[in-house]
Design a protein around this ligand. Structure first.
Ligand code: BGC
Length: 978
């Protein structure tokens, strides 16, 4: 029998086949696909077993939910017998389709369709810290020799006081493995090798946490790498976030968490004869230092090949002159299995142009005479360069410096990196055919300056992008090339800044997990990618960072030197993020884990602000950060966030089945709303007798927070929205909002019938606007609307990042508004879709999204006077589809007049207003629907020049002259117009 409904994309705690979990009750989830209209699940059954065959009929699974009727279910939390350590578990989901009445689809025999199954697995690591046997080991830092003094003629090499990276090795003999697992961590960063082969592809592992609270470890399957006879397990470790430079406290290298890097590993080998071998880090390991003379996330990395010990990671190497490893301690209490995707090198970009700067032209020549080269990769990114060098004389250097932009002389503009040296160095030993790629650092850059190589060809160098490898889940497209590029910029901002934690920027000496930046960007991020696992990890960082009084902080992981006490909109991320993740992924554990901290946060603000106006304990009150124009009164923003967080806390309690708690917070939220109105809202009537509303300060952000967070009495919302629109129109139309206000602007305007104004903001090309930076060469979102302007050049370098995702929060509205792919306010996990395109003056737009439930797609296009809208709704979901039209009678679905039936019902017809077209609103079930309707003709977008932006990395034909600074930001208009 043909069955079309099927489960796919099986996940364990939001990851596909995770190796090495330590969660006692993981969520086993699936998505649903079907080719047929109206397909929906009726029931599911999950079985878990430690032998695959026990999943089959007649087997003995450890856990079997039995058949559970729940048409909404897309996952089940494991509730079987306690999971054992270091065990692979197989699991299977069976989904029964609801009976189908659609004659076009296959029907089940005998009226009840058979279940369709899918199978996956997960594997546990150590279930308890007491199971670890390994000791933390390192290279005794005292005898590490300092860097050799530079020789005559060489530019002094700044090692920033950093020590060489220790190498560690342990030889052992044994038979080959039936199964081998390596459990590994570092205080610092590690790269492990087994018999000369690199283990895994994780970069910057074990990732950044507050190491005083939690240290992550990773698990690798190394079965294939263990061989018969002598084996060598080897590692290089580096300072990383543990003992390197972190954030903007340059004096604090080595002072945040620890003084020198340490390593921890257990290799468990099961042999065919039933014996096991366990190799753990202890004082039988040997240590030395190798060619990596220093490696630091901010400063960069130096490889001196004169210190390379070939074969050090292979059997047979003589390590007698190495020292025994230093055992630092045997603490395992803080160890946790990592729960997110590792950072990986995912993309390599070829140069877009290479410009040769002749020696003697003021160029820095690190090798006593060669020209330097400026490479433009055409894309701002986070990562590093992989460089092929033909050969280097002993002591000769290649220096790679990084920057986001060029200055007016065509040289690297590095002032905005502040103290981040972002310089990588390779020192030769006479060898030929070298490939240089740093391993324990990353930089935010588009340009690099390479000195020390006589010639540089396109094929010699690539930029390697690094980021947490969250699976991409969304796609957006539209007819306006600049808006398409804006979406690309937003995605690249995400790619560059999700690096173990969501950072503000990847280039300067900061790169911190700022809570507000992540809060405003999350709705966009969660459409672009599946960030469930990434944020599961970061929510733990937020939890770890909490102040002794229970407050959320401004950055997580918490860092010495950064004001702790959470500011309004920053600390509130501790409430807002779990709520949004719950809604996106339909996983209430985001709420149950966070609820105590949410309550503590609200309690703290309430305690210090009994009159419900939040003005005390506001931390550093960043207000509406970087808003141009008149500042919004701080109390307005703070109190609005207080109300919003309180209401979300109430909703979380409701979801978790705690009605008493919910009531308490709903009551408080209502009181805060009243206090907000009494204190900040004035109502009046204008000359025509229409009601007017003013919010203290009369700023755009004031109205935005009040409307977005539902703080106004019903009859005040219309006039408030009108005032907001007036303010925006008066300003340009333009925004005068900062990080907090920007995120709310388009959604609020849209919600109050002014999608036209949201479109106008989107189309704007002067400062402040999203397209201004694009017109001036941006390939990622800038921290400031005016980070560089033709008149004044660069803004003050003390805070001017060209890769900051916060203002990229508009990405959400591209999906939800422009394309129209959204879920209803009361929906979770995209169970109830809201498809409501806002065409504006665009010719077409489309969005695809891999939701927690399955694939959702929306595509609309306009031809002449007709709009076509194609919608794909996953099984078990329904959608409210708003077909934009002023003529309800013109609507067709799949070519026919829609008739209310099982899969489609007309809900409403909404008349046009003077700012928006009308809508015919239908409820549809799962499947694909193709609507057409007449649509009022509006001017289409004027076609715009694309400004020489590289749509794909282009290899340049050869060396070029240095582009002008404007061109460096503007994408070298005159040089590279395609
Ligand atoms: C960061 C921001 C952050 C802010 C706090 C800046 O230095 O780059 O993105 O949110 O500080 O106001």
């Amino acid at each position: 029998m043909l069955v079309s409904l099927r489960p796919y994309a099986l996940r364990c705690d939001h990851r596909a086949t995770p190796l090495g979990i330590d969660e006692a009750a993981p969520l086993l989830s699936w998505r649903l696909a079907s080719a047929h209209r109206g397909d929906a699940p009726l029931a599911y059954r999950v079985r878990v077993a430690d032998r695959a065959e026990d999943l089959d009929e007649g087997g003995q699974p450890l856990w079997d939910t039995g058949r559970i009727e729940d048409p909404d279910a897309i996952g089940a939390v494991y509730a079987g017998p306690a999971l054992k350590s270091r065990t692979r578990y197989h699991w299977r989901v069976a989904v029964w389709p609801a009976e189908r009445t659609d004659p076009t689809g296959p029907t089940a025999e005998g009226g009840s369709a058979a279940a369709v199954e899918a199978t996956s697995w997960f594997e546990t690591a150590f279930r308890g810290a007491d199971e670890w046997r390994a000791s933390w080991i390192g290279h005794d830092p005292r005898p590490i020799p300092v860097m050799d003094a530079p020789t005559e003629g060489e530019r002094a090499l700044d090692d920033h006081g950093l020590a060489p990276c220790p190498t560690l090795r342990r030889a052992f003999t044994g038979p080959a493995a039936l199964r081998a697992r390596l459990y590994v961590s570092a205080r610092g960063l590690y790269e492990v090798r087994l018999n000369g082969t690199r283990v895994g592809d994780a970069e910057l592992a074990p990732g950044w946490t507050d190491y005083t609270r939690r240290v992550q470890y990773q698990t690798y399957d190394v079965t294939e790498l263990v061989r018969d006879g002598e084996n060598v397990l080897a590692a290089t470790i580096a300072d990383g976030w543990w003992s390197g430079f972190v954030g903007f406290e340059p004096r604090r290298a080595g002072a945040h968490y620890g003084a020198f890097p340490q390593f921890l590993a257990e290799l468990h080998i099961d042999h065919a004869d039933g014996r096991t071998t366990t190799i753990v880090t202890d004082d039988t390991w040997r240590t030395h230092t190798g060619e990596i003379r220093h490696a630091d996330l901010l400063m960069g990395e130096c490889h001196d090949l004169r210190h390379a010990a070939d074969g050090w990671d292979l059997p047979g190497f003589d390590d007698t002159d190495w020292s025994p490893a230093l055992i630092t301690d045997t603490g395992h209490r803080l160890l946790v299995a990592s729960v997110d995707e590792p950072v990986r090198a995912t993309t390599a970009l070829r140069p877009r142009s290479i410009t040769r700067v002749p020696h003697g032209n003021g160029g820095v020549t690190a090798d006593g005479g060669h020209d330097t080269h400026i490479v433009d990769f055409g894309q701002n990114l986070a990562g590093r360069v992989r460089l092929r060098v033909a050969g280097l004389a002993p002591g000769a250097r290649v220096v790679v410096r990084h920057a986001e932009a060029l200055d007016e002389t065509g040289r690297l503009y590095t002032a905005n990196l502040r103290t981040a040296a972002a310089t990588d160095v390779l020192i030769g030993d006479g060898r030929e055919h070298l490939v240089f790629e740093p391993r324990f650092t990353y930089h935010g850059f588009r340009f690099v300056e390479i000195s020390g190589v006589p010639r540089l060809y396109d094929s010699d160098v690539v930029a390697v992008a690094l980021h947490s490898d969250t699976p991409w889940s969304g796609a957006f497209d539209c007819s306006d090339p600049e808006i398409r590029r804006l979406h690309d910029c937003v995605v690249w901002g995400q790619r560059s800044n999700f690096v173990s934690v969501p950072t503000d920027c990847p280039q300067r000496d900061e790169r911190l997990g700022w809570l507000a930046d992540a809060q405003v960007f999350l709705p966009t991020a969660a459409l672009n990618a599946d960030v469930a696992a990434f944020f599961t990890k970061w929510l733990r960082d937020i939890e770890d960072a909490r102040t002794p009084e229970g407050g959320f902080t401004n950055v997580a992981p918490r860092l010495i030197g950064v004001a702790d006490e959470g500011a309004p909109g920053w600390g509130d991320a501790g409430v807002i993020i779990p709520w949004h993740l719950y809604r996106t992924y339909d996983d209430p554990r985001f709420l149950s884990r966070a609820l105590p901290a949410m309550r503590a946060w609200i309690g703290l603000i309430h305690r210090h602000n009994p009159d419900l106006i939040w003005r005390r304990h506001v931390g550093p009150h960043f207000s509406d950060w970087l808003a141009p124009g008149v500042p919004t009164p701080r109390e307005v923003i703070a109190t609005a966030y207080f109300a919003h967080s309180t209401r979300l806390t109430a909703s979380a309690a409701e979801v978790l089945g705690l009605p008493e708690v919910a009531r308490e917070y709903h009551r408080l939220a209502a009181d805060i709303r009243t206090a907000f109105s009494e204190r900040f809202v004035t109502t009046d009537k204008n000359a025509e007798g229409d009601p007017t509303v003013r919010i203290a300060g009369d700023t755009q952000t004031g109205y935005l927070v009040a409307l977005a967070f539902g703080l106004l009495p019903e009859d005040a919302t219309g006039p408030a929205a009108q005032r907001l629109a007036e303010l925006i129109e008066k300003a340009g139309p333009a925004l005068q909002t900062g990080f907090l206000g920007v995120a709310l602007a388009a959604p609020v305007l849209d919600a109050y019938g002014r999608a036209d104004l949201a479109h106008a903001l989107l189309r704007r090309t002067d400062v402040p606007s999203w397209l201004f930076p694009l017109r001036h060469g941006a390939t990622t979102i800038w921290e400031r609307w005016d980070g560089w302007t033709p008149g004044t050049g660069f803004r003050a370098p003390s805070m001017n990042s060209f890769n900051h995702y916060a203002l990229g929060s508009i990405g959400e509205w591209l999906y939800r508004g422009v394309a129209g792919l959204d879920q209803s306010p009361d929906s979770t996990g995209y169970r109830k879709l809201l498809i409501r395109p806002r065409p504006g003056e665009l010719g077409h737009a489309s969005a695809g999204y891999e939701s927690a439930r399955g694939t959702v797609t929306v595509r609309w296009e306009r031809h002449d006077q007709t709009l076509g809208l194609r919608v794909q709704v996953p099984p078990g979901a329904s959608a409210e589809v708003h077909v934009p039209t002023d003529d309800h009678g013109s609507v067709r679905e799949s070519g026919a007049v829609p008739v209310d039936g099982e899969h489609l019902t007309l809900l409403a017809t909404i008349p046009a207003t003077d700012t928006a077209s009308g809508h015919s609103v239908y409820r549809v079930g799962s499947g694909v629907y193709r609507f057409t309707a007449s649509y009022p003709s509006r001017p289409t977008y004027p076609s715009r020049p694309t400004g020489g932006y590289p749509t794909a990395p282009v290899a340049s034909a050869g060396p070029r002259r240095a582009p002008s600074p404007a061109a460096s930001l503007a994408g070298s208009h005159e040089e590279d117009t395609p």
